[in-house]
Ligand binder design. Structure first.
Ligand SMILES: CC(C)(COP(=O)(O)OP(=O)(O)OC[C@H]1O[C@@H](n2cnc3c(N)ncnc32)[C@H](O)[C@@H]1OP(=O)(O)O)[C@@H](O)C(=O)NCCC(=O)NCCS
Length: 149
């Protein structure tokens, strides 16, 4: 949740961030997502240092041979240490075991941390689409990126 605020706090209004955090990062949803995993949602891969969570990510299959990264966030103080790469590698290995040959991710336009990271990992920009959860008057854009794995 801190990662989400650190990423979007300066580019998105508070109301938008509250809405997304309440929908996706509430305790009930996270508990369910930890307990119920399958090929469409592979669960969270979590990097820990003692009892401190440093970062987490997860994804799932969107068709027979295609995976998607749905979420990937680091503790803002522990970025650029290679940990995000390790989490992405774990998600990727899982999706390959499910038969994935391609992998997609959505990044919000203007996300200056996510875009260079995914480009460094071989993802290439494919197209823009309307961001998830836009309400009237909001026009956030998602960028769809993809790579072969
Ligand atoms: C994106 C994120 C998960 C990456 O995790 P991380 O642990 O910081 O990343 P790593 O240290 O493993 O790797 C950084 C890679 O990105 C590259 N990179 C980072 N910033 C870069 C920049 N400005 N220009 C070029 N490359 C850059 C590095 O070269 C490195 O690539 P390499 O492994 O090939 O050398 C993390 O920065 C984060 O949580 N960001 C905020 C949340 C976010 O944007 N999440 C994605 C939403 S979809």
């Amino acid at each position: 949740m801190d990662g989400y605020w650190a990423t979007y706090g300066s580019s998105h209004p508070e109301g938008y961030i509250h809405r997304i955090v309440d929908e996706f990062y509430n305790t009930n949803r996270i508990l369910k997502e930890v307990k119920e995993t399958n090929r469409y949602w592979g669960g969270y891969f979590v990097a820990i240092d003692g009892d401190k969570v440093l970062g987490a990510g997860g994804g799932g299959m969107i068709d027979k041979a295609t995976g998607e990264v749905y979420v990937l966030y680091m503790d803002p103080d522990r970025k650029n240490e290679g940990i995000g790469t390790q989490i992405l590698n774990a998600i990727t290995a899982q999706q390959k075991s499910f038969g994935a040959m391609k992998q997609w991710v959505s990044v919000q336009k203007g996300n200056t941390m996510g875009i260079p990271f995914y480009e460094a990992k071989g993802f290439t920009f494919q197209y823009e689409k309307r961001g998830y959860g836009n309400e009237e008057g909001e026009n956030f854009i998602s960028l769809r990126y993809c790579r072969f794995i």
